[in-house]
Design a protein around this ligand. Structure first.
Ligand SMILES: *Cc1c(COP(=O)(O)O)cnc(C)c1O
Length: 657
């Protein structure tokens, strides 16, 4: 008997649009990511303003430049487009609500401190006098140095010692606009002292602890127990201390931050209302003010569900801008005070979309469904399973279905029958084994054939109208896909705080993904896995994937990870940074590679742990010499060993396909 290979696709009519719907790319990826007719992901770096790149061709082109996977691709056009959208949303809201003030944002450096990223933001942001927000001395140095626009704001948050404060005061004389935000009650004393010593004051801001409720992962960033900010009694005491020191005239800004990724717009509205009132009171106490800084928190719809759930938001960028503008206006009008310049510190909302991580799959593991070779004198039970498998492989939706019954339903019926048969035969095999009629090799064959039946069935299942136990078969067959990546390095928040990012194949999207699977990374840590995927408002444990094909790569993209992941990533198992590239649409079509940032080499990660790679090599040279003397190693073997080690030191820490 000749067994047909299970090749027939269940859904000959599966289209790239079906993949787009399955992975929800039009919901979370709009307007930057889509699927084309070839079944590849495309990137529209300028959103709906034209220009498109085939991500697969891009990766191939980069591989041609010796930039292997995993690869972080940064689209600087997207970064610019996000800035533009944020500013445009506020401009529209300001016009719509007749707001007699402006918007002037800052980018929180902690979101992504990479040089090329911050430089790009400073450059693109010039048009709107966009500034930076710093939370440490090192970030302050970046901010002071990269933004030389005298109108841009440099918001100085975080804990501040004397040197930090004096730096900000002196930078004001340099023509910059640093605003020292008082976050702790004792900072006011230090500001007063530094101002006396230097005979000059900084611009001063106050961060208020709001009482408004919050939700989500960072909900505790507000309220009385928040780590940062002044409680209302401290706000009043600070105002009086500044007044006494003659510095009240430099109090210009009120700041609050209700935590990152605000899922529910109602939370934000409450906070702005409360802050708007505090702002008005500060004006009435005699501070000149002029700026209201609504902090970060503008969220990203990671799963595209538009719901107030962890991986989503129930509002758009425009809704956000409208609510900030309208609410602040409503607060100021009755008090008869001029509306402030609105500042936001939107990090996630600016930086999430622009970088895409592409990694390859090294192999997959799952149930042992390989078809065993036909043996001589196979027991009847095993033969029955073989026949069942052949029967399934012969099923073809186009040959089924009569005038009264659609082909799909008929197919599902037949598959269900076949599965019932397979289960029965497998049970028979187990009984026979228990009774001693079947040997271990035959039992192994029976198991392999049963799984092979399951795989052949799953490959033929239509996308819909499948009964539950056949659906469950898909999950039972779920495989582990081995990813050339460390999640601790490249997607730390998936591990640390259960963050969800959209993950999907970047090619083969014209083929139905017939498998379910999750990813295991390269680290020897059982937490090193990706096993939570976006669903509609909930996470799912398995992702639809394609069976691997011999000799063909399988490339997966992780999207919306441009904020926080890089710097939070660590060297677990000594996997270093991946290669990164900056891509721009070229003026004449196609793309240009603006910067290449090489991933850490093995030598670099070793040095990070204080090892000296040369010294490590030297010890092995000595040990090898001894092995040659003992006759345990040939000279040519030693040379090969040293070659491998020396080459590895110069290469990135990831596997080479
Ligand atoms: C982290 C942080 C931000 C950025 O928040 P996003 O939610 O990424 O916009 C803004 N302001 C402060 C004070 C922060 O600590």
């Amino acid at each position: 008997m000749v067994l047909a290979e299970p090749t027939a696709a269940a859904q000959p009519c599966w289209t790239p649009a079906d993949s787009a719907a399955l992975y929800g790319i039009d919901a979370w990826g709009d307007p930057y990511f889509a699927v084309n007719a070839r079944g590849h992901i495309t990137v529209q770096p300028r959103g709906d303003r034209g220009g498109s790149l085939d991500l697969v061709e891009l990766v191939q082109g980069l591989q041609g430049r010796n930039l292997g996977l995993p690869l972080l691709i940064r689209f600087d056009d997207i970064l610019e487009d996000r800035l533009e959208r944020l500013n445009a949303a506020f401009e529209r809201a300001i016009t719509q609500y007749g707001y007699a003030g402006r918007y002037q944002g800052v980018f929180p450096v902690k979101c992504n401190q990479q040089r090329h990223v911050v430089e790009q933001l400073a450059e693109s942001g010039r048009r709107w006098h966009f500034g930076l927000e710093a939370g440490s001395k090192a970030e302050l140095l970046i901010a002071l140095s990269l933004v030389d626009d005298p109108e841009a704001l440099l918001i100085c948050n975080g804990y501040k010692d004397q040197r930090y404060i004096e730096t900000a005061i002196l930078a004001r004389r340099l023509g910059r606009q640093p605003v020292v935000v008082i976050e702790q009650p004792d900072e006011v004393g230090r500001i007063i002292q530094a101002s006396r010593e230097l005979g000059a004051a900084p611009f001063i801001g106050i961060r208020a602890k709001l009482a408004s409720r919050s939700t989500g992962r960072w909900g505790s960033s507000v309220g009385e127990r928040a780590k940062f900010g002044l409680a209302i009694p401290d706000v009043l005491a600070t105002v009086e201390a500044l007044r006494e020191a003659g510095l009240l005239g430099d109090l210009r800004l009120l700041h609050f931050h209700v935590g990152s990724q605000i899922n529910d717009i109602a939370v934000l509205k409450d906070a702005i209302q409360e802050a708007g009132q505090i702002y008005g009171q500060l004006c009435q106490l005699g501070a000149p003010m002029g700026f209201l800084d609504v902090g970060g928190g503008l969220g990203i719809d990671y799963d595209g569900s538009r719901t107030a759930t962890a991986a989503s938001t129930n509002y758009s960028l425009q809704n956000y801008a409208n609510d900030v503008v309208a609410t602040v206006r409503e607060c100021c009008e009755p008090l008869g005070i001029p509306v402030p310049t609105l500042v936001s510190e939107s990090g996630r909302a600016i930086a999430s979309h622009f970088s895409v991580l592409v990694f390859d799959v090294l192999g997959s593991g799952g149930v042992p469904g390989r078809v065993p070779p036909l043996g001589e004198n196979e027991p009847l039970i095993v033969r029955n399973l073989r026949d069942t498998l052949a029967g399934i492989n012969a099923l073809n939706p186009s040959s089924l279905g009569g005038p009264s019954e659609p082909a799909g339903e008929r197919l599902v019926d037949r598959l269900q029958e076949a599965w019932n048969d397979a289960l029965k035969f497998k049970e028979d095999a187990l009984s026979a084994f228990r009774l001693g009629y079947l040997g271990l090799p035959e039992r192994a064959m029976a198991e392999q054939l049963t799984w092979a039946c399951a795989e052949a069935i799953v490959e033929r299942l239509p996308a819909s109208g499948v009964p539950e136990d056949l659906q469950a078969l898909r999950a039972a067959l779920a495989g582990t896909y081995y990813a050339n990546l460390s999640i601790f390095r490249s997607a730390p928040d998936t591990w640390a705080i259960d963050q969800l990012f959209p993950v999907m194949p970047i090619h083969r999207l014209d083929e139905q993904p017939t498998r379910l699977g999750s990813f295991a990374d390269l680290t020897c840590d059982s937490d090193g896995k990706l096993a939570r995927f976006i669903g509609h408002g909930h996470a799912k444990p398995l992702l639809e994937l394609h069976p691997l094909r011999e000799g063909e790569p399988y490339w997966i993209g992780m999207f919306l990870g441009g904020a926080y992941q890089e710097v939070m990533g660590n060297l677990h198992n000594l996997f270093g940074s991946t290669n990164a590239v900056h891509i721009r649409l070229a003026p004449g079509g196609g793309y240009q590679v603006d910067h290449v940032v090489r991933g850490d080499t093995n030598a670099e990660v070793l040095r990070a742990m204080e090892h000296d790679p040369e010294l490590l090599l030297e010890r092995l040279r000595v040990a090898s010499e001894a092995a040659i003397q003992r006759g345990d190693l040939r000279i040519s073997d030693v040379r090969r060993l040293m070659d491998h080690l020396e080459t590895s030191l110069r290469q990135t820490t990831y596997l080479q396909a």
